[in-house]
Design a protein around this ligand. Structure first.
Ligand code: GTP
Ligand code: MG
Length: 461
């Protein structure tokens, strides 16, 4: 790792602001133990002389005046056996904003500096305690919006993704080294089978990369959530569906067409996947100005949606406008619900070839579990939705893997062309792919990249 090792001692409040039972002040760096001695009074031995992994009860005091700031517990960690890999101290004091703030100010007054967002975790990475995929998992876990998202983050924190990526890196490193070794062979002495064998190994690497890329959609939905727009003509049951999926009476429903005139958003978790549901104004040639604006908003929401759930009143025939809507949207982004079949069914699944559709009644026995399952399936673009999200890459990983795959493609092309002159560009492309894979787990990363990643964190983590 070419990045400099931290020399400053950093401090921050690690607990969320607001009223609570306990607040935690964290301190990490070369002077952590010495600074603790100056602001913490406890029965001998002093904090710096205490064994690692222990805690002691005492008082946090202002170093200048000796004023007692709070009764507190102090935990001692010695490098490298701490979160950051450095000497670290945690002080558990009373909650609320004052006690922790005063202890923090005391630490600043004797040389500690305010930690930046994610700086403790960044140090853990710089000290080799975790790789970059694990550091990212810490942020994912903190931001997880569903249990499934948290499980994915935990698995990544336990190195599930890191192990796979490093495996790919090692395989690619081996092939790259062997391609580079070919450069030293005179053309006529190189055994014929060597480039073929190397191509085979590169193809295997690209299959492994592709398998990881296939997990992106799931990772994207779990991390960012999906946007589901509920659209359709007025009065088809859009708001009724929103309320059923949300499990509460979020939107007004009524028999009068044009009830919903603005977009209404609701965050829900469907089968473990966080989603933003957006109920919209019914699409029609609207009479009023307000409704027209509502319909403009419907179109805007549709343009940003991952999926459109399009409701129709199946007890009537499709209108020309509905037909036009269905023709204008991509089938993979459409789920058509044939609603109100309790009133009769004139539109059937067979009438909508090439589209995913489902006959339902939201009034009598609405099949909410089935609708949720279908939405998740469409969003994940898998036939059944996967049961275990043990591993799913993020957008950052995806961009790097795509670019690695591109370089491997070029390397393969040059290898297969087969003349000695082509081995050099083949080696270069393989090296470039190797760099991209390395960036995924943080090998040779630039400072700016790390800053971008760790700025997503909270202060104190
Ligand atoms: N019979 C029957 N009525 C339904 C069904 N689903 C919804 N409704 C009724 O249809 C009416 C319209 O429902 P809403 O959910 O307000 O429809 P909407 O699409 O949001 O309507 P707008 O906001 O006006 O665009 C309400 O009276 C619902 O109770 C169904 O499956 N069968
Ligand atoms: Mg409505």
């Amino acid at each position: 790792m070419s990045l400099p090792h931290p020399t400053e001692t950093i401090a921050a409040i690690a607990t969320a602001p607001g009223t609570g039972a306990i607040a935690i002040v964290r301190l990490s760096g070369p002077d952590a133990l010495a600074l603790a001695d100056r602001i913490f009074i406890c029965p001998a031995p002093r904090p710096s002389q205490r064994p690692p992994g222990t805690f002691v009860h005492g008082q946090a005091v202002a170093p200048s005046s000796g004023e007692v700031l709070d009764d507190a517990l102090l935990l001692v960690f010695h490098a490298p056996h701490s979160y950051t890999g450095e000497n670290s101290i945690e002080i558990q004091c009373h909650g609320g904003s004052q006690a922790a703030q005063r202890i923090l100010a005391a630490l600043f007054s004797i040389g500690a500096r305010q930690a930046e967002p994610g700086e403790f975790t960044k140090r853990a990475f710089l000290n080799g305690k975790i790789d970059l995929t694990q550091a990212e998992a810490v942020a994912d876990l903190i931001h997880a919006r569903s249990e499934r998202a948290a499980r994915l983050a935990s698995a990544q924190l336990a190195d599930a993704l890191g192990i796979r990526i490093r495996g790919i890196y090692d395989d690619l490193l081996g092939v790259t080294a062997d391609i580079e070794a070919m450069l030293d062979f005179p053309d006529d002495e190189l055994p014929q089978h060597v480039p073929t064998e190397l191509s085979g190994r590169l193809e295997a690497v690209s299959r492994h990369i592709q398998a990881l890329l296939d997990t992106w959609q799931e990772g994207h939905v779990l991390r960012e959530g999906a946007r589901i727009v509920i659209a359709g003509a007025p009065n088809v049951g859009k708001s009724t569906l929103l309320n059923l999926l949300a499990g509460r009476d979020r939107a007004i429903t009524s028999p009068h067409p044009g009830t919903t005139r603005d977009t209404i958003e609701e965050a829900v978790v469907l089968l473990g996947y966080p989603m933003q549901l957006i109920d919209t104004a019914g699409l029609r040639d609207a009479p009023g100005e307000i409704e027209q604006e509502g319909i403009r908003r419907t179109h805007r929401a549709l343009s940003q949606a991952d999926l459109c759930v399009f409701l129709v009143d199946a007890s009537n025939n499709l209108s020309a406008a509905e037909k036009a809507f269905l023709a204008a949207h991509k089938p993979e982004k459409l789920l058509v619900l044939l609603n109100k079949i309790d009133l009769g069914q004139k539109i059937r699944t067979e009438n909508l070839p090439g589209l995913d559709s489902m006959p339902i009644s939201l009034k009598i026995d609405p099949p909410i579990a089935k609708i949720s399952g279908k939405i998740v399936q469409k969003i994940l673009r898998t036939p059944h939705g996967s049961d275990h999200a043990e591993l799913a890459i993020s957008a950052r990983h995806r961009n790097l893997l795509l670019s690695a795959l591109e370089d491997i493609k070029f390397a393969l092309h040059h290898l297969k062309t087969g003349s000695e002159a082509d081995f050099f560009p083949a080696a270069n492309h393989a090296r470039a792919a190797l760099d991209q894979i390395g960036y995924v787990f943080g090998k040779n990363c630039q400072e700016e990249l790390l800053d971008a990643i760790f700025s997503r964190f909270c202060v104190g983590k």
